[in-house]
Design a binder for this molecule. Structure first.
Ligand code: PMP
Length: 461
């Protein structure tokens, strides 16, 4: 239906309960209505072009308007829109995707369990690790360790795996059996644990927090450790190089399963197919989701390494778990087209050798800005850390307000960025070019300038 922006906004306010949204704050500004996309840009209902530096929500890796994905969906819809994968049936397209994912995955991954989303995939992980240890006769291995300020999804279990205090404050999370350790976030710890440490020493210290927690719980009670290779949700926290080798050594020493949440890092964002390949970890299970279809249709899953798969298949009997849409044919068809396009456009290598380093170089030019305390990036995921006093790292109080102001100035200037407190995040579609990166970083600087003006007027600096 054709409506004015105001009419869309009124209908939205009347009926749509949005995810992760303060509706009263939204009402005062009005929701922005996004109507179409092409490449790295989307357009709103007023005809404004917006550079999407968040790839939708870390998903649209191949960019908007790719006909190959649309055609794959239409073909599959026509031929067989749905069939289940329960009991004793399968579909060629789901088999082909499982085969393709196994070929793309690091050595030792031959199986995949399909879900609809990353949240469901992490729920599935929890059930898989419990089942694994039960089948091995070690049911006392129940605890899953995650990290503070992590995000692993929004179901009860996935939100518990996450470590976001605001989420945990609502509804009494986490559920029992999930505990959290500190994240390797040197900036956040600069006045505390990280004071006086170089990156290498801090990385080892952060890994030590994991070992301390395992020892405090008793190693025989711990089932698994879950983490993103580079923490995207939570603010693009790039760990020091010493962190992952230490974490891997600790997981090996205590025989603890490692779950790599690749929902953001997977499919090229870090410059390798999987984030674990960039950081050098060797997970037993890998969560994937939106990037597998570039967000065109919902699909998620768990890559199950042979250590777990063999126990499940050979000793398990029936695994009492699954979804109506596990292996949905249309989603699988789009995923195959998406993966083929990533290969055809050589996006993973481009991120590693061209656009990733270019983004890092261009963002580094922001370091001279009076609001910028730090810049971190890995491939095409990056954070610009705001600070009230960049030289000393003095933080804004409240941090949230300056981040929200900066996000608003970005949005008004035609750029979608995310604010995690006072940390500004970019993660553009992997098809972004050098020229488009220049444009994006120019828009970031413009937004920083406006934020600085507002911060001065408001007395924040
Ligand atoms: N894990 C990570 C690292 C994520 O970023 C997300 C979503 N942003 C999820 C899990 C949950 O995925 P979904 O929203 O598809 O449930």
């Amino acid at each position: 239906p054709r409506r004015t922006t105001r009419e869309w906004q009124a209908a939205d306010a009347a009926h749509f309960l949005h995810p992760f949204t303060d509706h009263q704050a939204l009402a005062s500004r009005g929701v922005r209505v996004i109507t179409r996309g092409e490449g790295i840009y989307v357009w709103d209902s007023e005809g404004h072009r917006i550079l999407d530096a968040m790839s939708g929500l870390w998903c649209v890796n191949v960019g908007y308007g790719q006909p190959a994905l649309v055609e794959a969906a239409a073909r599959q819809m026509t031929q067989l829109p749905y069939y289940n994968a329960f009991f004793q049936t399968t579909t060629p397209v789901a088999v082909a995707l499982a085969e393709k994912l196994a070929a793309l995955a690091p050595e030792g991954f031959q199986h995949v369990f399909f879900t609809n989303s990353g949240s469901e995939a992490n729920d599935t992980n929890l059930r898989l690790v419990r089942r694994y240890w039960d089948l091995l006769g070690q049911p006392e291995r129940r605890v899953v360790i995650s990290r503070e300020n992590a995000y692993h999804g929004s179901t009860l279990a996935a939100a518990s795996l996450g470590g976001m205090p605001d989420m945990h404050a609502q509804g009494g999370l986490p559920i029992p059996g999930i505990v959290h350790v500190g994240q390797p976030h040197q900036w956040a710890h600069r006045d505390g644990a990280a004071r006086g440490l170089d990156a290498d020493a801090f990385g080892r210290l952060a890994a030590q927090w994991l070992e301390d927690k395992i020892l405090a719980l008793g190693p025989k009670t711990v089932a698994a450790f879950i983490a993103e290779p580079v923490q995207g949700a939570g603010g693009v926290i790039v760990p020091p190089a010493s962190y992952w080798p230490e974490v891997q050594r600790i997981c090996d020493r205590y025989d603890i399963l490692l779950i790599s949440d690749e929902v953001i890092c997977g499919f090229g964002r870090t410059g390798r197919w999987w984030g674990c390949e960039t950081v050098g970890s060797r997970p037993d299970l890998m969560t994937f989701a939106k990037g597998v279809t570039s967000g065109y249709v919902p699909l998620g899953g768990v890559m199950v390494g042979e250590r777990v798969a063999r126990v499940l298949i050979e000793r398990g009997g029936e695994f009492e778990h699954g979804f109506t849409y596990s292996g949905h044919p249309v989603a699988c068809a789009v995923a195959l087209a998406n993966l083929a396009l990533i290969e055809e456009l050589d996006l993973v290598r481009r991120v590693r050798e061209d656009t990733g380093p270019w983004l890092a170089e261009r963002l580094a030019t922001l370091r001279d800005h009076p609001l910028v305390g730090d810049v971190q990036s890995c491939g095409l995921m990056a954070a610009v850390q705001l600070a009230r006093e960049p030289r000393t790292g003095a933080a804004f109080d409240p941090a949230h307000a300056v981040g929200m102001a900066c996000r608003r100035h970005c949005f008004d200037g035609g750029l979608v960025m995310r604010a995690v407190g006072d940390r500004m995040i970019v993660a553009p579609p992997l098809v972004i070019t050098r020229a488009e990166i220049d444009e994006m970083v120019g828009l970031v600087r413009q937004a920083l300038d406006r934020t600085l003006e507002e911060a001065r007027a408001a007395g924040w600096v």
